[in-house]
Ligand binder design. Structure first.
Ligand code: IMP
Ligand code: MG
Length: 180
């Protein structure tokens, strides 16, 4: 019988088993290996919290010298008249002149990634590319190119492999989708 788990008030069932995720991570890593082998020492920037598991598996498949850093997008209410303000925290490495790969767990509407790319661009890196484990093409409404997409899904809500539902579910090795 299909395994159903409960997190807070919702039930979830397996949508993508761990083996399929591993396969998709391998495909994306092979593309990055081909694209960056001749580009010095790129910097991978993982976006916390969600991307910790993806970045740790991805980086084990990277075959060139690279550096890793993590950032967080902190949300706060600025003046409250302009709505939510987000800012990037935790980046200690200077990125000027560096090739940067942002590693995200999921790109949904694209709000977060757009903020991140704009802030990083202001620091004058040599290049910025975005690598995401999950991409929701039906929801994405921005123009930032999402260069590496391991898996595309519909607009459903998923958890597991780093992604959470109100902080629960990040530890699951398979990815689950909410059920009715
Ligand atoms: P965006 O700014 O709309 O692209 O949303 C990005 C953020 O929303 C992600 O970094 C996640 O934290 C969260 N998110 C969007 N879709 C999901 C989902 O299906 N499951 C868990 N978190 C999600
Ligand atoms: Mg995220």
């Amino acid at each position: 019988m299909e395994k159903v788990i409960k997190l807070h008030d919702k039930r979830f069932r397996v949508m993508i088993p761990a083996a399929k995720i591993d396969e998709a991570v391998g495909v994306v890593a092979a593309r990055i290996n081909a694209d960056y082998r001749q580009k010095g020492v790129p910097l991978f920037i993982g976006v916390l919290n969600g991307a910790f598991m993806f970045l740790s598996d991805l980086i084990k498949k990277i075959e060139f010298d690279c550096e890793i850093s993590f950032v967080k997008l902190a949300s706060y209410c600025g003046t409250c008249s302009t709505g939510e303000v987000r800012s990037l925290i935790g980046l200690n490495n200077p990125i000027e002149g560096r090739h940067v790969v942002i590693v995200e767990d999921i790109v949904d509407t694209g709000e977060s990634i757009e903020h991140m790319v704009r802030e990083l661009e202001a620091m004058h890196p040599a290049s910025i590319r975005v690598c995401t484990l999950f991409f929701k093409p039906g929801s994405y409404s921005k123009h930032i190119p999402i260069d590496y997409r391991a898996l595309e899904i519909g607009n459903e809500f998923i958890v597991g492999y780093g992604l959470d539902y109100d902080q629960l579910g990040r530890n699951l090795k398979d990815v689950y989708v909410v059920t009715e």
